[in-house]
Design a protein around this ligand. Structure first.
Ligand SMILES: [Zn+2]
Length: 321
């Protein structure tokens, strides 16, 4: 399938300033929404960082973010939801949290302060953190999702990180769930966040792990590949270098303990082989996993111990901007 006329492509060099020397890793297309276009991932021979190249320009990549783009839908806070939950749910919550640590949004142990979430979608995480005493702000690319988060009463910049205004006060904690890999210029983004952070502040990001076995196993069928929305494909090593250049020091890599990638990637594979029904069921697994996450936890824990669950949550600290 050809890339539509309204999508403009651009070629970019390695953001770490390496000399031009790269190899093609794989080519794939948008399997999430089945939008047209084939895209290639290349690897910088000097630093190992992988990027989608050529890629849609910042002005035209919106074509690959339709309104039903999954992350916008999954984070809506229900009107009836309050900051307090009562009864058995409230009693069970801390117990489950202790027994099952999925590492998906693991945070350093900090007292509440000022928090910024980059890519806050419809505001569910902001809402949760506000309930724990944090002063929260957000940045969200999608106008519809940003409006939903604003309606919850939070200050949210609707637009990309690049156009977000400087905050009135620095932040103690900045988070970005599955966002860094979407940025056209991750170094500039990290530097901007570094300038907005107080000395010693933490940055917590989750990203797919292109260093995992799943990446080599599923190749263009990898669920976390998400072409062409994912512009960079990090490994624990390359994200360390990118953070360093952006003013942050990588402190810790937590391998997530969920099997979304493994299951949905298997779904893509089965779908292609003609097992449409079962394949689609597995592709939809991340949207409706619910209690399955608990059942699959022991296996996810083993795989994560070897860094093989395909997603990581990383902690970094402000170094110097
Ligand atoms: Zn490089």
């Amino acid at each position: 399938m050809n890339i539509p006329n309204k999508v403009m492509l651009e070629n970019v060099s390695c953001p770490l300033g390496c000399p031009k020397s790269e190899e093609a890793i794989l080519s794939g297309r948008d399997l999430l929404h089945d939008l047209p276009g084939t895209f290639t991932i290349i690897k910088c021979r000097t630093c190992g960082l992988m990027r989608t190249n050529p890629r849609p320009t910042p002005e035209t990549i919106g074509f690959y973010y339709p309104d039903d783009y999954g992350p916008y839908l999954g984070t809506r806070v229900q009107q009836t939801e309050t900051r307090q939950t009562y009864g058995i749910k409230k009693l069970l919550k801390p117990v489950l949290k202790r027994l099952f640590n999925f590492n998906t949004d693991t945070l350093p142990p900090l007292s509440p302060g000022r928090l910024l979430e980059v890519g806050c979608a419809s505001g569910a995480f902001l809402h949760r953190m506000a309930g724990q005493g944090w002063q929260v702000e957000g940045i969200e690319f999608s106008g519809t999702a940003a409006l939903a988060a604003t309606r919850l009463g939070y200050r949210v910049h609707a637009g990309p990180l690049e156009t977000a205004p400087e905050p009135s006060q620095p932040f103690d904690l900045i988070v970005g769930w599955m966002v860094l890999e979407h940025l056209h210029d991750p170094i500039a983004g990290l530097q901007k966040l570094c300038e907005w952070a107080r000395p010693g502040a933490w940055l917590v990001l989750s990203v797919p792990n292109a260093g995992s076995l799943e990446f080599r196993l599923f190749k263009e069928k990898l669920y976390a590949l998400h072409l062409p929305n994912h512009l960079y494909h990090f490994t624990p090593e390359t994200i360390g270098r990118v953070l360093q250049t952006g003013g942050w020091t990588l402190e810790k890599v937590h391998h997530q303990r969920v099997l979304n990638n493994l299951i949905a990637s298997t779904g893509y594979l089965l779908r292609e082989r003609g097992f449409t029904g079962l394949g689609q069921k597995l592709v939809d697994f991340p949207k409706q996993a619910g209690k399955w996450h608990y059942a699959l936890y022991p296996l996810a824990r083993v795989l994560s111990a070897f860094g093989q669950t395909g997603r990581m949550t990383i902690w970094a600290r402000k170094r110097a901007c």
